[in-house]
Write a protein that binds this ligand. Sequence first.
Ligand code: FES
Length: 111
Amino acid sequence: MSFAIRSKGKTSQKKRHTDILDSTMAKIIFSDNDEVVELPDGSPIAEACEEAGVPFACTEGVCGTCVIEVTEGMENLSEFNQAESDFLGDQDRERLACQCKIRGGCVKIKF
Ligand code: FES
């Protein structure tokens, strides 16, 4: 999987691998540190979140260590799976980063 990390207006070298795919790239904005990550539509967000500093433990939707708050773009993430529903219950701001994928567009996350 390729993705790019941009911080404070600069683009890392990883960006060059994604230039061709810009029309199918989704974007995650981490509001804690203003980091922007681009990744292909339909990708799991776990790796990008982990690199941005979200803590992970079980990676199976059981422990809740990877809970993130989605402040914008919840509709751009995959549907809640059973693990997320079991752990998070009925609410609309939090997700388990180890369980969801980004469909496309832009999602803004706090952790
Ligand atoms: S890392 Fe345990 S629920 Fe995501």
